[in-house]
Design a protein. Structure first.
Ligand code: PMP
Length: 404
């Protein structure tokens, strides 16, 4: 079967109507190929994507070095089970841990990485009867039942009860609230170093340090969900490196293998023994293909000095958006952490998505009022400026319509 054939968008939509469970709201467009920050639909229309792959396409669409690595690895070995040693898994673990700490466990997605973290924390606390994890309002940790329960947003819980026992929710930036929730059944605190889906909310560094202290004082594990902030997104390899706080566990997924499904958990060496043989596994986790893609992704970030590029682009974006904010009162707040960009409006942000798309630029809206961008780490200044011009034009239009 020729999987490279290109159907029209309408043909693909008809297939979906007939055969695909409609659990997503989709734009009526089928995307068929891409390069860098640009993606093309079945009709040949090109879009500049400032939100490529929901942050998974960290080097843009089909980055050549990752494509070559996948092609080469696929021809040699796609998958072997974890009952064998896998060279690429060892090498990618070395790559990630030597830029963070500890040892790695591999899986295939963010939710799965967080499940592993929750299990590790429970195993760590089990001898003392501890099982409860504290998470944070507006956080997002995934859709599996454990990760979903960890996600303290009622809208995602509707109709799914009873949820898992063993979670408590706190507001961010409120250490007293956290202290009140800690008891002798608590085993961990889990937080995103920057809340992504929650609207690019950046916790106060003093709050994160306070969490570290609470965890140290009560022998709890501090888990950072780096599914969105990992692999260079914030301008350092991991988001925690921006905060001055070192957690016990980090989880990652999204861009870690340049768009190939891959998740990972990294834990400090002294607690890794809790994930003992037989207690946790993932059939596809750490497969040769994903690991080769991850190694290529990491090598490109390093060789092309992309962490520095992210920092420079982030400064530029902050400057441009702060200027725009001074001209447009509908912008309540601008939040930038590397290539995680949130523009919080005083009005609903959803219309901005369609208006930008009409002008050929792809963005995201979240949490009712936030315009969110997750550009590729290697986005060129030219593309970034072109995209920001469009976002500015659209926000100006939304502001003027509001005044009419
Ligand atoms: N954690 C965070 C911080 C996320 O942003 C996401 C996905 N948006 C997840 C976990 C879940 O990842 P996945 O969809 O790969 O399970």
């Amino acid at each position: 079967m020729d999987t490279m054939m290109s159907l029209s968008s309408q043909d693909t939509i008809e297939l979906f109507d007939q055969f695909v469970i409609p659990n997503y709201t989709r734009y009526p467009v089928s995307l068929v190929e891409g390069s860098g920050s640009w993606v093309t639909d079945a009709e040949g229309r090109r879009f500049l994507d400032l939100f490529p792959g929901w942050g998974c396409n960290i080097l843009g669409y089909s980055p050549p070095g990752v494509v070559e690595a996948i092609q080469g690895q696929a021809a040699r070995l796609i998958h072997v089970p974890n009952t064998w040693y896998i060279e690429q898994q060892g090498l990618f673990a070395e790559f990630l841990c030597s830029r963070s700490f500890g040892k790695a466990f591999f899986c295939n997605s963010g939710a799965e990485a967080n499940e592993a973290a929750i299990k590790l924390a429970r195993l760590h606390g089990s001898a003392r009867g501890r099982y409860r994890t504290i998470t944070f309002e507006r956080g997002f940790h995934g859709r599996t039942l454990g990760a979903l329960t960890a996600t303290a947003q009622p809208k995602y819980h509707e109709g799914l009860g009873p949820l898992m026992a063993g979670f408590r929710y706190s507001p961010i930036d409120d250490l007293d609230a956290v202290r009140e929730l800690v008891d002798n059944e608590t085993c961990a605190v889990m937080i995103e170093p920057v809340q992504g889906e929650g609207g690019v909310r950046i916790p106060d560094p003093a709050f994160l340090q306070g969490l570290r202290d609470i965890c140290d004082d009560n022998d709890l594990l501090l888990i950072f969900d780096e599914v969105q902030t990992g692999m260079g997104r914030t301008g350092t390899w991991f988001g925690y490196q921006q905060t001055g706080v070192t957690p016990d566990v980090i989880t990652m997924a999204k861009g870690v293998a340049g768009g190939v499904a891959c998740g990972a958990l990294i834990a400090q060496e002294e607690i890794t023994g809790d994930l003992r043989p037989g207690m946790h596994a993932s059939t596809f986790g750490g497969n040769s293909l994903a690991m080769a893609a991850g190694l290529a992704t990491g090598a490109i970030i390093e060789q092309q000095n992309l962490l520095q590029h992210v920092v420079e682009n982030a400064d530029h974006v902050r400057q441009r958006l702060t200027t725009l904010q001074s001209q447009l009162p509908i912008i309540r707040e601008v939040r930038v952490c590397g290539m995680m960009i949130g523009i919080d409006l005083t009005i609903p942000s959803a219309p901005a998505v369609g208006l930008c798309m009409e002008r050929g630029v792809l963005i995201n809206a979240t949490q009712e009022t936030v315009v969110r961008l997750l550009p590729a780490l290697n986005v060129s200044r030219e593309d970034l400026d072109e995209g920001l011009d469009t976002v500015a034009e659209v926000l100006q239009q939304m502001a003027s319509q509001r005044q009419e």
